[in-house]
Design a binder for this molecule. Structure first.
Ligand SMILES: *Cc1c(COP(=O)(O)O)cnc(C)c1O
Length: 438
């Protein structure tokens, strides 16, 4: 074993060599050094603001739904490690991948029956787009190659996903002339319980109708727009999309990478509306936050269409496709989730977040507080600058909680195993961070 690096050495090398998400090079803000994690706690390599352990309010970006270092997931990983950590998926197959695919087909809406295993959420969206474009090519309609989405979305950081991220909040200005130009409807009217908005529905239907000849698919995040702004909308809008797509022969893609596996209160957000898309993307919580893995599911209609084409194969095949370690842990994570009353736990967290965050609405500089399932959001009047962001993060750390605000948002989506006491601490930290930020 090499000599361990001290936290100070780590930070210095990190700053010099390592990119972080959406970060400058060299880094401007020192990341906290994490030594280990267990349950809902991250253990720092050294005390920060006098605090050594942080309750994780982020589930490592929606993924660690069972917390860290979970014995069942550790066992699955270890067991698989001793058998094989990886083999190629071309010409070979193995039990964890087959089991996972079968399980995903069982638990997702009918008739999603075919599974492409990808290595990250963004890649699963690339694959979804490729499926849709190839479907129409195979049917002799190559002009159907554009996408429609609504504003305020986020679908990942590779090219096709970037092109359907919110054009203002995303990086469209930086990439104009490079990104494919897609079609944007207005952002969905806010509010899970919002009343029907006939004008908005007509707007979406009209856009789908007008562009049907060139539209391969409509792609949206159902019910919860995540990294595009943490907004909720009425499930009824998904039925409007389904109807418009059916009427005008356009495919419908749901990106459930953030919402999948119970986060919004149903196993998949599509269930709020009773709608099945033609293609569905899953990721983030798929492995309980252990390893990178995503999946693109499609219906027999889409698979058959592709298979009838001049090139009758889905031309995609990542090196680490179906990785045995990741798929084994994903199977264990799904088994674990379904082994207890997760609905009850998500409901409990929803209630805790509603109670704990309500007061934040009274704070100066707070525009709105909203909660759905195990997602709590405090939106500020204006975006945080670097100093505001640092102040908010520090304030949460002083409360013993890890939060990662972005833009005008302080938010939390805690692991489902978060106890009431820790949940109350998270809420206090969100309120304190909001007060410190403005
Ligand atoms: C995180 C996310 C992605 C991208 O997934 P990565 O694994 O980060 O590539 C795509 N869509 C949604 C809705 C997401 O939340």
């Amino acid at each position: 074993m090499p000599e361990p690096l001290t936290p100070a050495e780590l930070r210095a090398l990190d700053r010099e060599h390592v990119w972080h998400p959406y970060g400058p090079m060299p880094g401007r803000q020192d990341p906290l050094v994490v030594e280990s994690a267990a349950g809902v706690r991250l253990r720092l390599a050294e005390p920060v603001e006098g605090v050594r352990e942080l309750v994780d309010g982020m589930s490592s970006w929606w993924s660690a739904i069972h917390g860290y270092n979970h014995p069942a997931l550790n066992d699955a990983a270890r067991g698989q490690l001793d058998r094989m950590s990886h083999v190629m998926f071309g010409g070979l197959t193995h039990e964890p991948a087959v089991r996972l695919a079968t399980r995903l087909v069982e638990i997702t809406p009918e008739p999603l029956r075919h599974v492409f295993l990808a290595d990250s959420g963004s890649v699963s969206v690339e694959v979804a787009v490729k499926m849709c474009l190839q479907y129409w090519r195979s049917l002799g309609r190559p002009a159907k190659r554009r996408l429609l989405t609504w504003r305020g979305g986020y679908h990942g950081d590779t090219w096709q996903p970037m092109a359907v991220c919110d054009p203002d909040g995303g990086m469209h200005r930086l990439w104009s002339g490079v990104l494919p130009e897609q079609i944007f409807a207005d952002a969905p009217p806010p509010g899970f319980d919002a009343d029907p908005d006939p004008a908005y529905e007509a707007h979406v239907r009209e856009l789908v109708a007008r562009h049907a000849h060139e539209l391969a698919a409509v792609i949206v995040e159902p019910v919860v727009q995540g990294a595009g702004g943490m907004r909720f909308h009425s499930p009824a809008l998904l039925r409007v999309l389904r109807e418009a797509c059916d009427e005008h022969d356009v495919l419908l893609v749901f990106d459930e990478i953030a919402t999948g596996f119970g986060r919004s209160g149903t196993l998949f957000a599509a269930e709020h509306a009773g709608v099945c898309p033609d293609v569905m993307c899953l990721g983030k919580a798929l492995t309980g936050g252990y390893l990178t893995l995503a999946a693109t599911l499609c219906t027999p209609r889409v698979a058959d269409g592709i298979s009838r084409g001049e090139v009758p194969v889905l031309a995609h095949g990542p090196t680490f496709m179906g990785n045995p370690l990741a798929t084994a842990v994903a199977c264990a994570s799904i088994d674990l989730l379904l082994s207890y009353d997760w609905r009850q736990e998500v409901k409990r967290i929803e209630t805790g977040l509603r109670d704990g965050l309500a007061e934040a609405a009274e704070l100066p500089g707070v525009r709105e507080v909203r909660v759905l399932g195990a997602i709590g959001v405090v939106q500020l009047d204006r975006p945080l600058d670097d100093a505001g962001m640092a102040a908010a993060t520090r304030a949460a750390v002083r409360e013993g909680v890890w939060l990662r605000p972005f833009r005008d948002l302080l938010y939390t989506m805690p692991p489902y195993i978060t106890g009431d006491h820790d949940l109350a601490r998270i809420c206090t930290a969100v309120r304190t961070a909001a007060a410190a930020a403005v």
